[in-house]
Design a binder for this molecule. Structure first.
Ligand code: DX5
Ligand code: ZN
Length: 239
């Protein structure tokens, strides 16, 4: 079982410096009936972002564990699973068990986020927690050590191709400040409307892990799109 993402870049906020920049293309923007070919187009990515939706937590439906297992077996890069589902306490561990490098559930949907994160880690996955644009993240400041990544949604979850919401940036900035103060190694991820015109502001606010659907799969050459996004974010981090 490959969990290539586990432990990448280690404690990336040592010395107060962010050293990792990860680009995770979202296969929500891929052609679902050509998934194997689509995955091959993003071999230059850090992780493949896999959006699981259940028609309850969000008004859209994608796929479940059987499809994710096939993606796991086929993908050239590790899986970053984003669960937009009700009752993640019940369902999330199954995605860790099938070998996903990272499993992120929504804070709004979890009955016991800390217990669930501990379970995901015990199985061997990175544990992530996501917040919708309207959900405060202050409660997470005290809990940074319980998670490997925090996903600040920069659109309302459910659909690709929406516009980036800059009003989510103060929440991201506050998380980044808390992480820096505490010397936390948590990764800060953004998801929704990330493109060449928005990635710099998210990086500037403290994100180090960037999900991009349309900006990568909509490009003629996804590999160059990934490299360009990575360069843009990294150049913000260097300044
Ligand atoms: C939306 C999903 C995103 C989506 C992003 O609910 O969580 O991962 O695929 O798509 P873009 O990058 O097109 O906004
Ligand atoms: Zn997502």
């Amino acid at each position: 079982m490959t969990r290539g993402g586990t432990g990448i870049a280690g404690r990336h906020r040592d010395n107060g410096q962010v050293t990792g920049t990860r680009i995770n293309p979202s296969i929500l923007a891929a052609d679902f009936v050509n998934m194997q070919a689509e995955l091959a187009r993003i071999a230059a990515a850090d992780f493949v972002h896999v959006d699981v939706m259940d028609n309850h937590f969000v008004p859209n439906l994608t796929f479940g564990p059987q499809m994710v297992e096939r993606i796991q077996a086929t993908s050239p890069v590790p899986l970053d699973v984003h669960l937009m589902i009700d009752d993640p306490d019940r369902w999330a561990p199954g995605y860790a068990e099938l070998g996903a490098a990272s499993v992120t559930f929504h804070l709004e949907a979890a009955a016991d986020p800390v217990a669930l994160a501990r379970r995901l880690r015990a199985i061997g996955s990175r544990a992530g927690v996501a917040v919708k644009p309207g959900t405060p993240a202050d409660s997470l400041h005290e809990l940074l050590d319980e998670f490997d990544q925090i996903l600040v949604m920069t659109v309302e979850p459910g659909f690709g191709g929406q516009s980036f919401m800059p009003e989510t940036m103060p929440k991201l900035r506050a998380l980044a400040d808390a992480a820096r103060r505490r010397g936390s190694a948590v990764w800060l991820q953004v998801d929704g409307g990330i493109s060449a015109s928005t990635i710099a502001q998210a990086a500037e606010a403290g994100a180090d892990t960037f999900v991009a659907g349309s900006a990568v799969f909509g490009a003629d050459d996804p590999g160059s799109a990934i490299a360009a996004l990575r360069d843009q974010a990294a150049s913000v981090h260097r300044h």
